[in-house]
Design a protein around this ligand. Structure first.
Ligand SMILES: [Zn+2]
Ligand SMILES: [Zn+2]
Length: 98
């Protein structure tokens, strides 16, 4: 588990860092992948919205110019991977994306 999880919510947009919640204006365009800045904590996160107005926000260290807080884990197939405790990024050790 990362310290900040993706937030999937109906109607509301929830900051993945501080859980600040706001309701977007009804006529706001639905976007594919927007960078939002939290009004409460000032951190940036990605926002994806779907037709149902389900909002999916994910934390991203890189947006906030912070270093990932990697923790190494061993996957079920025995390969080693690193997961960022701060956001949802993962990478296989020895190259490649998870
Ligand atoms: Zn926030
Ligand atoms: Zn990270």
């Amino acid at each position: 588990m990362s310290r900040h999880d993706s937030m999937i919510t109906d109607y509301y947009v929830v900051c993945p860092y501080c859980e600040y919640t706001y309701q977007p204006e009804g006529d706001e365009a639905v976007v594919d992948d927007a960078v939002m800045e939290c009004e409460s904590c000032g951190k940036k996160y990605r926002l994806m919205q779907e037709y149902t107005l389900t909002s999916h926000t994910t934390p991203d260290c890189e947006l906030n110019e912070a270093a990932h807080d990697w923790e190494q884990r061993t996957l079920r197939d025995g390969s080693a991977a690193e997961f960022c405790l701060e956001c949802c990024k993962a990478r296989l050790l020895g190259g490649g994306e998870v």
